[in-house]
Design a protein. Structure first.
Length: 143
C-alpha cells in the first residue's frame, strides 16, 4: 500500500472505500475498495476531499485480498455451490440445490489460511437448503 496524489492515481487500485457524506442526504461509498481509478473518477475524488489516496502496490509474491479470495474459492467450491464475486476479500458460496454440505476436515487442518474459520467448524456435515449461503470454509458439496 502506498500514498499517492489523487491526480496521479489513474489505473491504481484503491485500498479502502471512499465515502461521501452529505448530512441528511447521503452517507455511502462513492468508490469501493478494489476499484480501479479512471480519469473520470479524479474530479469526484477531489470533490469528496481526497487529495491523496492509498492504493495497492503490487509486489512479487503478494496477492490483493480479492485475488486471495479467488484462490480459496477454487479450493473450496463444490459442484453444487455458486460463488459470488469477490468483495473485501470475501466470496460467498451459495447452495444451488438442497443437499448435504460436508466439511473436508483434512483440507481445513492443512490450510493455515483457514485458521479463523477452523474454530467455527465443529460438525462435519450440515443440511443445506437451496439458496443458503456458507462462508469460505473448505467444503465439498454432495447432493
Amino acid at each position: 500500500m502506498k500514498l499517492i496524489k489523487t491526480e496521479e492515481a489513474v489505473g491504481s487500485v484503491l485500498c479502502h472505500d471512499i465515502t461521501q457524506i452529505i448530512p441528511g442526504v447521503v452517507k455511502d461509498a462513492v468508490f469501493r475498495k478494489g476499484h480501479v481509478v479512471t480519469q473520470e473518477d479524479i474530479p469526484v475524488l477531489l470533490s469528496v476531499g481526497k487529495e491523496h489516496l492509498y492504493v495497492w502496490e503490487k509486489q512479487e509474491g503478494m496477492l490483493h485480498e480479492n485475488e486471495a479470495a479467488e484462490v480459496l474459492r477454487r479450493v473450496c467450491q463444490g459442484r453444487f455451490l455458486k460463488a459470488s464475486k469477490p468483495k473485501e476479500g470475501k466470496i460467498e458460496l451459495t447452495a444451488e440445490t438442497d443437499g448435504l454440505l460436508k466439511v473436508d476436515k483434512e483440507k481445513t487442518e492443512r490450510g493455515k489460511w483457514v485458521r479463523t474459520n477452523r474454530d467455527r467448524i465443529t460438525p462435519r456435515e450440515f443440511s443445506c437448503e437451496k439458496r443458503e449461503t456458507r462462508s469460505q470454509e473448505c467444503v465439498s458439496y454432495l447432493s
